[in-house]
Every structure is written in C-alpha cells, then in structure tokens.
Design a protein around this ligand. Structure first.
Ligand SMILES: Nc1ncnc2c1ncn2[C@@H]1O[C@H](COP(=O)(O)OP(=O)(O)O)[C@@H](O)[C@H]1O
Ligand code: SF4
Ligand SMILES: [Mg+2]
Length: 382
C-alpha cells in the first residue's frame, strides 16, 4: 500500500521542483522548464455602488517546474491557485513578475503564444466545459493536432488520434473517437481532455483541480494516469488541488497557498510528516490519513471541503493573513508579515513561530488542541 501511496517513479537524487516566495533566489538556469518568478495578479473589480476595489489574488509567488517532476499546489478555495495557473498558462498577464520558459521571458505575440501553448497545456477542472459539445471526440482531438502538429497529414492525424486515445485508456479508440462529449462519463471526458493536451506534445501540464469534478470512484485512476504520463514522457506537472490527500498521493513536492500567498513548500514527505506552518498543519489534520489505506477511496478524498472560508483578498488581514484563524498567533502576527525561514533540503515556511523559538509547538499539539487551549487564555477569550 505504501508503494502505491508513494509510487512516484523516475526520480533522480537531487532533482527538485521548487517553489519559493519573493525571498527565494531563483537562479536563471537550473533546468527549470517553466518558472513563474515573483508573480502577482491584482484584479480591479467594481462593487454594487460603483466603487472599485483591488483583489490581490496572487502576491509574490514563485513556481518552478522541472521535467519529470510533480509539484502540488495546495490551498483552499479562493487562495489564488487558478489565478497562478492561468498566469503560467498565459491566460492572464501578471501584474508584477514574469513567466519564463526554459529561462527565457515569454512575450505576447500571437505566434509566440501558439508556440508557448505547444509546450504548456492547462487542464481545467470541468472536462465538459473544455470540450466542444457539438463535435465528436475525433474532431476535438483533430483540431488540436491541426493547430499544433501542422506537419501531419490526415492519415497521420488519424493514427495519432488512435494512439492518444489508447494512451489514456479509452479503447477501442475508434469507438470513443466517434462519440460526442455528452455520451461519455465525467472520467472519460477528462481522459479526452488529457489526450487533447497530449496531442500538442507539451513539456508541461498544468492540472487545475483535474479530478475534483469526477466521481470519487475514478479519481485514483486519474491520478495514476497523470503519474504514468510524467514517468513515460518526462512531463513537468503542476497538480493544483484543494485536497492535500490527493497531493500527498501524487506529487514529489508540495507548495501551500493561503490567501494569495505561498506559506510553505518542500519535499512531500517532510511537509506531510512535519508541517512547519499552522495552516499546512490544519490542512493535514483535516484530511484523512492515507495509512488507513488508499483502497478506502471515499476516505482518501473526504474532508477536503470542511475548512471554512478564506479571508477577503480585497482587504486581507494585516500581518500574517492566517492570524484570525491561527491558534498560535502572537502580537507580531497581527502587525507584520512573517519572514521566510529556510528549514533545509528545500523546505521553507513563513511563520513567526520559527523566529520566536516556538516552532516546537507545531509538533507538540494538534490544531484542535491548540485552538481549545487558546480559547482558555484571556487573549483567546477576548
Ligand atoms: N477575473 C477575476 N476578476 C476578479 N477577481 C478574480 C478573478 N479571478 C479570480 N478572482 C479572485 O481572485 C481570488 C483567487 O481566486 P482563484 O485564483 O480562483 O482561487 P482558487 O483557484 O484557489 O480557488 C478570489 O478572491 C477570486 O474571487
Ligand atoms: S505567523 Fe503567526 S498567525 Fe501566522 S501562522 Fe505563524 S503563528 Fe500563526
Ligand atoms: Mg481554482
């Protein structure tokens, strides 16, 4: 069972996918295929009375992806994950910071965008919305091939469509190619979406909650498919999820986002075994323990939606944005943004506990116990 849970293949010692915040010093050429460097995205929105406000959806985030490696970006709904993915996919221009493909900044011309999307593909949460419902699977795949593989003639494209459907286990391929999207199950549709992404022969797949709308019974198969694709094709994969249990199952490294900011990142085993930020700790303690067995599929994906609402990104809390929910919060937390603490081996966290000599409390108690203890103190009661 633990082989299945940690069944990541093709790893090489020393290789890493890395995420830092603005204090990280990304070096220009470390084999990263795709990098979002210190990116922010602010949206201007108009309220009911016509007043404008700024939504700080992502602030100073750095994501770096390496071939053959899977990075999970974890955070509850509204934390900025999709906005970050859309910047990486170049559907949003960053307000600040830049996107680099193999160390080169990417520009905005139409031709360059097409070239970019030949290398970087985004898979959306809703497989139905991302396929053309009026056309059969064959057409949906053929269109991607015509656009990105113009050297293929019709027979070549037909062969490729068969190969692609077989790769995502939609067999017999001819039968699936002839179906309309509405004739497929959710899982089959998401397989078609993945096949279409692969048609482009990308180097990077960005999966934005690719399994969250699928039936629980087929989520594990989809994760296994993604894992197989990165092992076989050496794809760099960003796996976005609000569900730390599936991240734990799939990825090599975890990055945690809270309220538009990255709060912790590091190798999966370390982050899961010894989270160094109270929010990561809360996510882990709220998710099912995989040691109970991945055969229990309901349990693997349970608990992911029970964490409550994140704060406003228009007027986020001062200091550490997690402080209103944090049972360890101190005066500094309410006033100043915590610094980033390097913990070794690529693991880092942004939390005042580390600079105040209180990091040991994270391992000594649970979030629930710490919250109960906080309520008993004068500060917590006030
Ligand atoms: N196009 C947009 N215009 C205004 N606000 C947006 C837009 N896209 C996202 N947001 C806001 O940005 C924040 C982060 O959203 P999102 O990136 O979708 O988070 P997540 O994917 O983690 O749920 C949310 O407050 C959301 O309402
Ligand atoms: S900085 Fe303070 S409020 Fe923020 S997570 Fe750490 S202890 Fe909690
Ligand atoms: Mg999202």
């Amino acid at each position: 069972m633990s082989d299945l849970l940690h069944g990541v293949t093709g790893e090489e010692a020393g290789e890493e996918v890395s995420v830092t915040d603005r204090h990280g010093a990304p070096s220009p050429d470390e084999g990263y295929v795709l990098e979002a460097r210190d990116v922010s995205k602010h949206f201007t929105v108009r309220g009911t009375l016509g007043r404008t406000s700024v939504v700080r959806a992502v602030e100073h985030a750095t994501v770096r992806l390496k071939p053959g490696r899977i990075l999970a970006l974890v955070g509850e709904s509204g934390s900025g994950k999709t906005t970050l993915a859309r910047m990486l996919a170049r559907f949003h221009e960053p307000t600040e910071g830049e996107i680099l493909l193999r160390g080169e900044p990417v520009r905005g011309s139409r031709r360059e965008r097409r070239a970019y999307h030949s290398e970087v593909q985004l898979i959306f949460q809703d497989p139905f919305g991302s396929l053309n419902p009026l056309h059969r699977v064959r057409y949906n795949l053929d269109r991607a091939l015509r656009l990105h593989q113009p050297q293929l003639d019709r027979a070549g494209r037909d062969r490729r469509i068969t190969e692609l459907l077989e790769r995502v286990s939609l067999t017999p391929a001819a039968e699936f190619a002839a179906k309309f999207p509405h004739e497929l199950s959710g899982g089959q549709r998401q397989r078609v979406v993945i096949a279409r992404a692969l048609a482009v022969e990308p180097k990077v797949l960005l999966g934005d909650e690719p399994i969250s709308m699928l039936d629980v019974s087929i989520r594990l198969e989809m994760l296994n498919l993604l894992q197989r694709l990165r092992a076989e094709d050496g794809l760099a994969l960003l796996y976005i999820t609000h569900d730390i249990a599936s991240a734990r199952y799939l990825c090599d490294e975890i990055a945690v986002m809270y309220a538009g900011q990255m709060v912790e990142s590091g190798p999966k085993e370390e982050v899961i075994a010894a989270p160094q930020h109270p929010y990561t700790k809360l996510l882990i303690e709220s998710s099912p323990d995989p040691e109970r067995g991945v055969e229990d599929r309901e349990a693997l994906f349970a608990g992911a939606d029970e964490l409550g609402e994140p704060p406003s990104l228009i007027d986020p809390p001062a200091g550490c944005r997690f402080h209103p929910r944090c049972p360890f919060a101190m005066q500094e937390c309410r006033e100043q943004e915590p610094p980033r603490t390097e913990l070794g081996g690529g693991h880092w966290a942004k939390c005042w506990l580390h600079t105040k000599g209180r990091a040991g409390e994270l391992a000594a108690t649970t979030h629930a116990e710490a919250t109960a203890a906080r309520r008993r103190t004068p500060e917590g009661a006030s």
